[in-house]
Design a protein around this ligand. Structure first.
Ligand code: PLP
Length: 475
């Protein structure tokens, strides 16, 4: 292909994606609304895209930028002089490493476990799955925050890490970090604060005079914190920070291997080769915006959040799950309103709003992560229309026979053919077996919503697996 053909094809491919600018994509992307900063960050990504963070002696520029990023974050997390940090590829990698380090710091524990609230991010379940660590899940209180007493009671001799969220993704509320960290410290256990989504908001919220539950290293007992650069630091994708109170806590995170004929592999993260692009992009973004800039952006995002939360409260048919502690808002719908249809109707109006399926007695909800670039008034106008339209359409019917089947199916007993049938029944495959997303997701979500979590996982894995078979015709 010629350069022009390639450019044209890239543009055409991207037309099918959600927009990353404009503040209307309210999950996955975070928009500062600063075109010049964005352009600068992309220049930095491009300039360092081929550099390799694997070896800081070969690419000292990346080490310098990594240390600068850690220094910038230190002011946000009340880091002591001893604080150290690592740039990772994203929130999940930071959380994975926190668990891995905690496990490896305790070789004396044969059956290691972590204590988490049920609202903890799925990344910690992934860590448990990857690293053979049991995940002890503790129910949250009626305010959707972790129940510190129950978490304390769940700590036992196998606990290597206790996790608190600042805030939780699904409900946007900050856990009682001081009580949780105190309980962990009393048992000599590490305490990680997952501030992947709040770490670049809450410090500025506090400076703006808003009430913020203490969650930083100022809280005794907090041993590590994850905070994502590619969320509310508004950096290009692929950058997060895992911060430790001191180097000894970070030490087990390192992997070194000299027992082969090649170079001594020496890694601080799950990756070995590490693109310099995201590090440079995050460095350029934080330098360009600076603390004063983040102060302003946080003010904007929080003002938009207040307006959206108030607007939802006034809107008949929707209710807030919780008053937001940061920039995340979740809302449930009355019985005569289908929340998944509301999401579809928002999409029709150019807004991406994330559906959250019902879970463990909680109703389904819609979820938004509000950016500095989000226009709250325009959002609420669209939401009002979307709710009216969804109400007029009525509930999405699920055949009771199908619902019963979904409730009882054991995914472990299903083979490829059954999954093909389920995908077709769910509207995720056409008659000829071709895969794709239907225009409207509400019917798919309504079906998934009646399925137990294990079946949801299995069906969606089957879907993803079939999407990524470039050489198969049909399924
Ligand atoms: C609280 C929290 N932890 C971890 C993650 C995982 O981050 P990532 O998607 O960057 O891997 C997220 C993502 O939204 C999050 O909100």
């Amino acid at each position: 292909m010629t350069p022009d053909e390639i450019r044209a094809r890239l543009v055409a491919l991207q037309e099918g994606d959600l927009p990353v600018h404009g503040g209307r994509t309210l999950a996955y992307v975070y928009d500062a609304g600063l075109a010049d900063v964005d352009a600068l960050a992309r220049e930095a990504v491009a300039a360092f895209a081929g550099s390799n963070g694997l070896d800081p002696t070969a690419f000292p520029s990346l080490l310098a930028m990594e240390n600068d990023l850690v220094a910038f974050a230190r002011e946000l997390v009340d880091g002591p002089d001893s604080m150290v940090g690592t740039v990772t590829s994203g929130g999940t990698e930071s959380c994975l490493l926190a668990v891995l380090g905690a496990r490896d710091a305790r070789p004396d524990v044969a059956d290691p476990s972590i204590v988490v609230a049920e609202t903890v991010h799925a990344a910690f379940h992934k860590a448990g799955h990857y690293f053979g660590v049991r995940v002890v899940v503790v129910p949250v209180g009626p305010d959707h925050r972790a129940d510190a007493d129950a978490m304390a009671a769940a700590i036992d001799d196998t606990t290597v890490l206790v996790v608190a969220s600042a805030p939780s993704y699904a409900h946007g509320v900050v856990d009682p970090v001081p009580a949780i960290a105190t309980a962990a410290a009393a048992r000599g256990v590490r305490c990680h604060v997952d501030a992947c989504i709040g770490g670049w908001i809450l410090p500025y919220a506090a400076r703006l005079g808003r009430p913020v539950t203490p969650w930083t290293f100022a809280v005794d007992g907090v041993t590590s914190i994850s905070t994502d650069l590619h969320k509310y630091a508004y950096a290009p994708k692929g950058a997060s920070l895992l911060l430790h109170r001191d180097p000894a806590l970070r030490r087990p995170q390192y992997f070194a291997h000299a027992g082969w004929p090649g170079y001594t592999m020496l890694n601080a993260t799950l990756q070995s080769t590490r693109s310099g692009g995201p590090i440079a992009g995050a460095w350029a973004t934080t330098r360009a915006i600076g603390h004063d800039g983040y102060h302003v952006l946080t003010d904007r995002a929080l003002a938009a959040t207040d307006e959206i939360a108030a607007g939802i409260t006034e809107l008949t048919g929707l209710s807030l799950v919780a008053a937001p502690d940061s920039t995340l808002v979740a809302a449930t719908a009355d019985d005569d309103l289908d929340v998944f249809t509301v999401c579809d109707e928002m999409a029709e109006r150019g807004w991406f709003v994330q559906p959250q399926l019902s879970y463990d007695g909680r109703p389904p909800s819609l979820h938004v992560a509000i950016s500095a670039a989000t226009d709250a008034g325009a959002f609420l106008a669209a939401l009002g229309e979307a709710v009216a339209s969804a109400r007029a359409q009525g509930p999405v019917p699920v055949d009771p026979g199908v619902a019963d089947l979904l409730r009882t199916l054991d995914p472990a007993t299903l083979g490829d053919a059954e999954f093909d049938l389920l995908l077709a029944a769910g509207g995720l495959a056409g008659d000829a077996g071709e895969l794709g997303l239907p225009d409207r997701m509400a019917p798919v979500n309504a079906l998934l919503d009646v399925a137990p979590p294990a079946l949801r996982e299995a069906v969606l894995v089957a879907f993803l697996d079939r999407l990524a078979r470039p050489f198969a015709s049909g399924t």
